[in-house]
Ligand binder design. Structure first.
Ligand code: FES
Length: 56
């Protein structure tokens, strides 16, 4: 599922970023750029990252 339409970032991309070592919303955003264009995906990205980090 696409999370960020501006940059074509999927939920799987976010999961992979965390698997690769990102440990915060900020780090995921820095790695992928999510929210850096229109910003509409920011809340969804934040929630996805938090949900994923809770599973670790
Ligand atoms: Fe992610 Fe626009 S949808 S920056």
């Amino acid at each position: 599922m696409y999370v960020c339409l501006c940059l074509g970032i999927t939920d799987q991309d976010i999961r992979q970023s965390i698997a690769d070592g990102a440990s915060s919303v900020k780090q995921v955003r820095e790695q992928l750029g999510a929210g850096s264009q229109c910003g509409k995906c920011a809340m969804h990205t934040r929630q996805l990252v938090r949900d994923e980090l809770e599973l670790l």
